[in-house]
Every structure is written in C-alpha cells, then in structure tokens.
Design a protein around this ligand. Structure first.
Ligand code: PLP
Length: 444
C-alpha cells in the first residue's frame, strides 16, 4: 500500500469508538491499524507486514482470508442472508451441528449455537441449572469457577471467572458462586515443558467447596482445560482427571471452556481429546469459524439434551437462544473452516509442530527478566518480572516494540502469550522467536 493510501486508511476522528479491553487514550495517540490480512500476516495502515503470533485473538486458526472460507461467506450472503433462529431452520445449521457432533467423542453429540465465547459460557451455565432442575435436583443452583479463570464478559462468565480486574468494577454479579484455587505453582513448576508435574492435588480444592456447601447445592463446575487469557496456565498432570472424578462422584456437571483450546490449538481437535477427560458440556467459539464471522457453540451430551425432550411436543423445551444463533453466514463460514481444517490436517498440526515450538519458546529462558516459560501444543507463554510499582508495563512495552518490529504478540499482566495460526511454518516460528528475543534483549 502506498503512503497516500495508508494515510487515507486512518480516519481523522478516532474519538467515538470506545475500544474494548484497550488503553483507549494510549491507542488513539499512536494508533495501530490493520487494513488487510492474508495467511500468516497482517498489513498495517503504513503498509508494513506483521507476522501474526496470536491468531488474531486466539481465533484465526486457519490463518487469514483463506479462499474457501471467503468464497463460502460471499456465496451464503447472496443466497440466504438470514433465517429466523426460533421456530425456523436452514439446512446448513443442521449440517454443521452434525459435523461438529461427529468430531466430538461420544456421547457428546448435541450442539447449541451462540455468537461468542461469552454467550457460550452463559448458555452452558443456564443449561446446567435447567438440567439439574429437570432431573429433580433443583436445589443444585451453585456454580463453581476457578481463580484466574476467564470465561468471557457476560455476568455469568465474570461471576465464575477469576480475574480480579474483570470482576471488581461490576458489583456483586451472580450470587451462589464459589471458586477453587488456580493451578499456577511457579515455585514447583517454573519452566515446565508441557504439562507440569506438580499440582494434581489442586483439584481437591473442590472437596473443600463441596464440604462447605454440600453437593446437593452445586450444579456445575466450569474450568478452562488450559487457562489462556490469564497467562497460559497448563493443567498439572492428573488434575483434570481428578476434577472429573470428583464431579461424577457428587452429581456435579463438569463444563470445559474450550473457547481457545477447541479446534486444534493443542494438537487434537479439542482438549477433551488431548487430556482424555470427558466433560458434560464444552463451550467453544473463535476457531469454529477461524474468527471470520462471530459464532460460538455449546456441546452437550445426548443425556442432557434428551432430559429436556419431554412434555407436549408443541412446547419449547429450553427458553433460551439468540437472534443470531446458527446464523446462515456463520454456518457457511464454519463449514468451510472445517473443510479447510480437514484438507490441511490443521486440527492435529499443532501436535506435529509441538516439539519444535516448545524448543523455540524455551530458547528465550536466558533473556532478561524472564521468570517462567510455559507451553502446550501451539501455545506459549513467557512470564516477565514486573517493573517494581508498575505492573503490566514491561510486557506492554514488549508488545509495542514487537509490533514495530513486525510481530504480533499478546500480553496479559506481565505475561506474553503466543498462539499463532495453525498454518505457521518452522521458518516463521524461527522469525517470531528471533524477533521476540531482540525485543526482550532491548531494555524493556
Ligand atoms: N472463554 C474463554 C476461555 C476465552 O478465552 C474467551 C475469550 O478469550 C471467552 C470465553 C470469551 O469469548 P468472547 O470474547 O468470544 O465472548
């Protein structure tokens, strides 16, 4: 893009847009604008190429502007732009649900469509409550989340979530929510490669919560199999299995929030496959359409679905849904995304690249201020020592410098999180970490 075209691409007035999860004033002084994207790269308004180290926001798993997906979306808008989501259907919604069900381990074979991860989480929590009531366990109204969990920004999600800044401004949120401890244990597990050795016993926190409230009051536990937004916390070996055992033992539903781990991020289609632990529901979004069109989905077991299929047939069974649930354009995008994943083997590609990626992430161990490194599949995190009195500043400076140097990284607190599109090449992994090393060595 020429300089003239680039300056034309930046609007004169940046004021009106209140940007989400952004330091608005800092951004508007020195805007960082993307105007195009293709495969592994963004193009900035100035015409620079930026290597995408984060798959957008953990979502563009197939890379950017992939032809099959672009064509499917264009075709769908021209053919059927919208169909009412309630009491009407369209073929692609059913086709997509069936394809997703076939990808999941049995008996997880029903799909409720939403438009985002936050909506998926709220949907799963509501289904959990309604399910317990439907099976005569209506006293089970408590929801259990985990410290440092991120489940989006709806009131349900922030209530079970465990990130202080996402909660403290917003009143009392849902009542009847409790949290178990997070699993981050840098004293025992710093610089672990893959799943950390220590910490399966953190799952036993649930016993304390159960003893405190009595199991008859608890509907569901929700956790991210790998906590992403809070800085990449990999579950200790055996932790998720233990959590599953406890939930089963006490009649509590287990929900895996797979909004980032779903669709190939850790080398299997879903984290449930990787860890061989079967939850009762899975929440997804992001990679379902490779980020192209907003969409989310909640997967649940046949038993949960069947529980609702009672009463007179003309009656609605679940009083929940969104105007844009299973939107035709989103369904078309998702079907083409699944085709792309399948044709290119992307849902297992992270497994092939995992050891190369792991070596690359851990090669930064000797860089200044690095206090921990974590990885799994195509996820990596580099935790930096905070500048005394100025938390988040060191990682944010690294983010700005990295952007100038042509790589997109993401930071949360003083942690750098990396999660590139699943099409990344080994050369691009080298480029990403070569540039990141320079950033970290450059006095941030
Ligand atoms: N759950 C998890 C685990 C996430 O990582 C996210 C987003 O990053 C969400 C839920 C919320 O998704 P959305 O931003 O699409 O609402």
């Amino acid at each position: 893009m020429s300089d003239k075209a680039a300056s034309a691409a930046i609007p004169n007035n940046l004021e009106a847009f209140w940007m989400p999860f952004t330091s608005n004033r800092q951004f508007k002084k020195a805007p960082r604008m993307f105007v195009a994207a293709k495969d592994m790269h963004y193009t900035t308004a100035e015409g620079n190429k930026v290597l995408d180290g984060t798959a957008g926001l953990w979502c563009c798993n197939a890379g950017h502007s992939r032809p099959r997906i672009v064509e499917a979306v264009q075709k769908q808008i021209a053919e059927l732009d919208y169909a009412p989501a309630f009491q009407m259907g369209h073929p692609k919604a059913f086709e997509l649900a069936a394809r997703l069900a076939a990808m999941l381990p049995s008996p997880m074979d029903h799909v409720f469509f939403t438009n985002s991860g936050s909506e998926s989480v709220d949907t799963a929590l509501k289904i959990a409550l309604a399910y317990q009531r439907a099976i005569g366990q209506g006293t089970r109204t408590r929801l259990i989340g985990r410290e440092r969990g991120y489940h989006g920004v709806g009131f349900g999600g922030i209530s079970v979530g465990g990130i202080v800044n996402n909660r403290k401004h917003f009143g009392t949120m849902l009542t009847g929510v409790d949290h178990i401890r997070h699993t981050h244990d840098p004293v025992r597990n710093a610089f672990s490669r893959g799943e950390p050795e220590h910490g399966a016993e953190f799952a036993d926190d649930l016993i304390k919560v159960i003893q405190l409230h009595d199991p008859s009051t608890i509907a569901a536990v929700i956790v991210e199999p790998v906590a992403g937004s809070t800085g990449v916390l990999i579950p200790p070996k055996g932790y998720l299995k233990r959590l599953r055992e406890l939930c089963t033992q006490h009649g509590i539903l287990l929900i895996f929030d797979e909004v980032i781990t779903g669709f190939g991020r850790i080398g299997t289609p879903f984290a449930t496959d990787y860890f061989d632990v079967m939850p009762d529901m899975i929440t997804t979004a992001k990679g379902i359409t490779s980020g192209v069109i907003p969409m989310g989905a909640v997967f649940c077991t046949r038993q949960i679905y069947e529980t609702f299929m009672t009463g007179p047939e003309h009656m609605i069974e679940l009083f929940h849904g969104y105007t844009y649930s299973a939107h035709p354009v989103a369904c078309a995008a998702a079907l083409a995304t699944l085709d792309t994943y399948e044709e290119e083997g992307l849902l297992t590609r992270a497994a092939d690249l995992a050891s190369y990626w792991e070596a690359a992430v851990h090669s930064l161990k000797d860089c200044p201020h690095v206090i921990d490194i974590r990885n799994l599949g195509l996820i990596g995190a580099i935790e930096l020592e905070s500048i005394p009195g100025e938390p988040t500043k060191r990682a944010f400076s690294a983010f700005l410098k990295a952007y100038e140097d042509g790589i997109l990284i993401r930071t949360t607190g003083d942690i750098i999180a990396l999660s590139p599109p699943l099409i990344i090449s080994k050369e691009q992994i080298d480029e990403l970490f070569g540039k990141l090393r320079k950033v970290l060595e450059n006095n941030i």
